[in-house]
Design a protein around this ligand. Structure first.
Ligand code: GRF
Length: 193
């Protein structure tokens, strides 16, 4: 996690209900003192921070991230608003059980500016995508998507906020189903249960 952590908060809230079936065992971030870490701390979830500049290079950071996450033995790793690409060491260990959310309807508008790029293109419908992380940028097998309308007069912030409402709902619903029922991937097609 890299920022404000509203996706994380939605998961923390969902995990408060035992019927949800999932528990958050740790929250990691690539920078200290962000609201997302405070959210985890308020929920009494262990946190850790691994900053890229504290390592000799990106590969060393990636190896450290894989080791640290591995200590918690997660069934699923959720990159919720995590704005760094994980590398080969992380992917070789967790690639098939790491998901990320993207604020656009993949394969449209990958990258850091999904809402801005959708607005600039003039699409009437955009949305969000939950995908299994691979080595590309927002290219992995799609687990879930939600459509969101683009309204006249939208600016980037208004559109992104509307997407984030759908994104949180998608994340909570889908992560719960993945944990409760499992998932499989065949030729990019993800099946839950
Ligand atoms: C989300 O829209 C996520 O998809 C994007 O940045 C936003 C993070 O929001 N990468 P938050 O930190 O979970 O509030």
């Amino acid at each position: 996690m890299s920022g404000t952590g509203t996706n994380l908060q939605a998961l923390l809230d969902a995990c408060g209900d035992p019927a949800y079936g999932a528990a958050i065992i740790a929250v990691g971030a690539d920078r200290p003192e962000i609201e997302g870490l405070a959210r985890a701390e308020r929920a009494a979830v262990p946190t850790f921070v691994l900053r890229v500049p504290d390592f000799p290079d990106r590969e060393a950071w990636d190896r450290a991230l894989a080791e640290r996450v591995g200590e918690y033995q997660p069934d699923l790793v959720v990159l919720a608003g995590f704005m760094k690409l994980v590398g080969p060491a992380f992917l070789s260990r967790f690639g098939e059980r790491t998901v990320n959310t993207h604020p656009a309807l993949s394969p449209s508008f990958p990258g850091m500016h999904g809402p801005r790029d959708a607005l600039a293109y003039g699409v009437k419908v955009t949305g969000c995508t939950l995908f299994i992380v691979d080595k590309g940028v927002d290219t992995g097998p799609i687990v879930a998507q939600r459509a969101v309308p683009v309204l006249d007069g939208d600016d980037e912030a208004a559109l992104h906020e509307r997407i984030k409402v759908a994104e949180r709902d998608m994340l909570v619903d889908t992560v719960g189903r993945m944990i409760r029922a499992g998932w499989s991937v065949t030729d990019r097609k993800v099946t839950l249960g």
